[in-house]
Design a protein around this ligand. Structure first.
Ligand code: UDX
Length: 443
């Protein structure tokens, strides 16, 4: 009942199925049973409450209960990065599959949704076959999930494609009937083998990560020679073969999927003796991480030694409309500024609580106004709507110094310079921004 599982459970109930959500964490199950979602996802709390109260959706910690009751079992447990290693940690997906196999007591299907290294589904299918009760038949499939945080409900109910790795017709037919509503709307249904299904998911995320690092690599050039990274992205994006989406230059990608998926893919191809094939992904990762260094560098250029300086951080989540701070570039930068001696004041519309759990030593406040009070520097790190719409006059009487870094390329540089702010934006040459006309007029 993490992000994927809880979303899938509530959406299956929305489609009219009777659903039990299982998790080993009793606190999570208690909260979901009360209709309370333990994370932020627009539209999902409403679905959860609706189907908990109409009885279609309930929760349990008992494998015995689900094994005796359900016809279809979806596995959506996490496959996080192994600490100290690039590979995916398969402990949870293995444990969940084995527990299901042992407890299923009527004919049923197991459908894996977790993101797994290629080869896992075939191995788990054998694990199920050798651990199931002899009298039951269990169909097996892998059905990767492409939902985005912030759009999880829409992506689940109206996916842009359905991919299933399956090796028997009966299981494929069951999947077709589960997803009948989407299929009636002409959603592409790609039925393939286990390996392709597993690879589709990591290939999609590797491609998206590469696209982001591609534009960010060009940022490194425009930051040196001048030029406008947004115009560059717009111009190449008009070529439909390239497309404009995922070409937003900034502090880079984070979250629970892209970073760990490109690392797990490299680890997996390494095991297969194919490290060369995915070697470029280590460069994609490195470009991404260098964006964070760039923000810290710009901060130092703008305010010098951090000791005793006050820095306001706007946004700590890995992207807007989420409370997720896993591998968040924003939180990483905030911690680095703090660790270098700055007094750091953070405001995020949804992320303060999760960030404080991970790093309680930053000062977390409840509004932009509180964050920027007396600040020597403001750093916009996540492009929440309220930060995108920020205007100099909203905060300029509150700050100690009119200095701002736009690490997401969402502010109008001209407007801020026009109000005598020193503004640095990723993808823009810094010194041309530093000596703004407005600043020269002032002095
Ligand atoms: C991603 C995939 O999009 C989704 O299909 C998959 O199922 C899970 O992983 P998600 O982690 O929710 O979804 O985030 P996404 O919207 O892809 O953004 C990932 C990161 O890339 C964010 O940190 C975001 O800020 C960054 N990003 C995105 C950019 O830096 N520039 C862009 O142009 C787009």
């Amino acid at each position: 009942m993490g992000y994927l599982g809880a979303t899938h459970a509530a959406c299956m109930a929305e489609l009219g199925f009777e659903v039990i959500g299982l998790d080993v964490d009793q606190t999570k199950i208690d909260s979901l049973s009360r209709g309370e979602l333990p994370f932020h996802e627009p539209g999902l709390p409403e679905l959860l409450r609706k189907h908990v109260s109409n009885g279609l959706l309930r929760f349990t910690t008992s494998y015995e209960e689900v094994g005796a009751w359900a016809d279809i079992h979806f596995i959506g447990v996490g496959t996080p990065q192994t600490p100290g290693d690039n590979a995916a940690d398969l402990t949870y997906v293995d444990a969940a599959t084995l527990s299901l196999a042992k407890h299923i007591s009527k004919d049923a299907f197991i459908i894996g949704k977790s993101t797994v290294p290629v080869g896992t589904a075939r191995r788990l299918k054998h694990l199920v076959a050798s651990n199931k009760k002899p009298q039951v038949s269990i169909g097996f499939a892998w059905n990767p999930e492409f939902l985005r945080e912030g759009f999880a409900v829409k992506d689940t109910l109206h996916p842009d494609r359905l991919v299933v790795g399956v090796d028997d017709e009966r299981t494929e037919n069951v999947l077709r009937s589960i997803y009948a509503a989407a299929l009636e709307n002409d959603t592409p249904f790609i039925s393939t083998d286990f390996e392709t299904a597993e690879l589709v998911k990591v290939a999609a995320n590797a491609f998206l990560a590469t696209k982001i690092s591609f534009i960010n690599a060009f940022s490194e050039i425009t930051e040196t020679v001048g030029g406008d990274i947004r115009t560059l992205a717009d111009a190449i994006g008009h070529d439909v073969r390239i497309g404009r989406r995922f070409l937003n230059a900034g502090v880079g990608f984070g979250g629970g999927c892209l970073p760990k998926d490109i690392r797990a893919l490299q680890a997996r191809v390494g095991e297969l003796g194919l490290e060369r094939s995915m070697r470029f992904l280590s460069e994609v990762d490195a470009i991404n991480l260098r964006r964070r260094d760039r923000v810290v560098y710009l901060a130092e250029e703008m305010i010098g030694d951090f000791s005793g300086k006050k820095i306001a951080i706007l946004g700590v989540t890995f992207k807007p409309d989420s409370d997720d701070v896993r591998d968040s570039p924003a939180l990483d930068v905030a911690i680095r500024l703090f660790s270098s001696g700055a007094e750091v004041s953070v405001f995020d519309p949804q992320g303060n609580v999760n960030a404080a759990k991970r790093f309680p030593r930053l000062k977390y406040v409840d509004s932009t106004v509180q964050a920027v009070e007396d600040a020597d520097l403001v750093v916009l790190l996540t492009e929440w709507a309220e930060f995108r719409n920020l205007m100099p006059q909203d905060i300029q009487e509150l700050v100690a110094k009119r200095k701002i870094i736009d690490a997401r390329n969402v502010l109008d540089v001209g407007i801020w310079q026009g109000s005598a702010w020193q503004i640095a934006a990723l993808g823009h040459k810094f010194d041309s921004i530093l000596v703004s006309d407005a600043e020269m007029t002032m002095s």
